[in-house]
Design a protein around this ligand. Structure first.
Ligand code: ZN
Length: 172
C-alpha cells in the first residue's frame, strides 16, 4: 500500500468526466487499497479516483457513524450512478480534499438512490439520506468532472478562485 498525492484545484483533470471501468483487474484492486490508505490519512469521508489523478469512475467512502463497530465502514463504488433523487437540502460546511482550506454550504438533494458495482463486481444499490447522501453526491460529482465550488454562487466561487490565484502567484 502507498499514500497517494491528492490532486487539488485548479488541476485540469478535476474538470473532466471519468471513464467507466470495464474490468476489475489487479491494478484497480491496488488503486482501491492505496486510495483507502490515502482517505484515512487525509482524513476524509470520501475520495474519488480522479482526486489521485486517475480518471476512472471509482470512489471509496467511509461514513461509519458507529465508531464502536468492528473494522471500518469502508465502501468501494465502481461506475456509480444516481438513479433517483428526492427533496432538497443544503449541506453545511461542505469541504473537499481537492479544494483545500475552503468550505461552503451547497445545495444538494435530500435523498439519493445510487447504483453501481462493488470491488467484487457485484451490483449494489444504496438508498442514502443525511450525511451519506451528501458524500455520495459530492463524490459522484467528481466522476462527472464537477467540484462543490461549481454548485455555489458565482460570487463565492470567484472569491475562492482569486484566493488560489493569489497563493499561486506568491509561490511563484
Ligand atoms: Zn471532493
Amino acid at each position: 500500500m502507498a499514500l497517494l498525492d491528492i490532486v487539488t484545484y485548479p488541476a485540469p483533470i478535476l474538470g473532466k468526466p471519468c471513464k467507466l471501468i470495464e474490468n476489475i483487474d489487479e491494478d484497480l484492486v491496488c488503486l482501491v487499497e492505496d486510495m483507502t490508505e490515502t482517505l484515512y490519512d487525509a482524513p476524509g469521508l470520501g475520495l474519488a479516483a480522479v482526486q489521485v489523478g486517475v480518471d476512472k469512475a471509482m470512489l471509496v467512502y467511509d461514513v461509519a457513524e458507529d465508531e464502536d463497530s468492528e473494522g471500518t465502514g469502508l465502501k468501494v463504488l465502481i461506475n456509480p450512478k444516481i438513479v433517483h433523487t428526492e427533496g432538497k437540502v443544503t449541506s453545511e460546511n461542505e469541504g473537499c480534499l481537492s479544494v483545500p482550506e475552503f468550505r461552503a454550504d451547497v445545495p444538494r438533494f435530500a435523498c439519493v438512490t445510487v447504483e453501481g458495482v462493488d470491488q467484487d463486481g457485484k451490483p449494489v444499490k444504496i438508498d442514502a439520506e443525511g450525511l451519506l447522501s451528501i458524500v455520495l453526491q459530492h463524490e459522484i460529482d467528481h466522476l462527472d468532472g464537477k467540484l462543490f465550488i461549481d454548485r455555489i454562487s458565482s460570487l463565492k466561487r470567484s472569491m475562492y478562485k482569486r484566493r488560489v490565484a493569489k497563493a499561486m502567484k506568491a509561490e511563484g
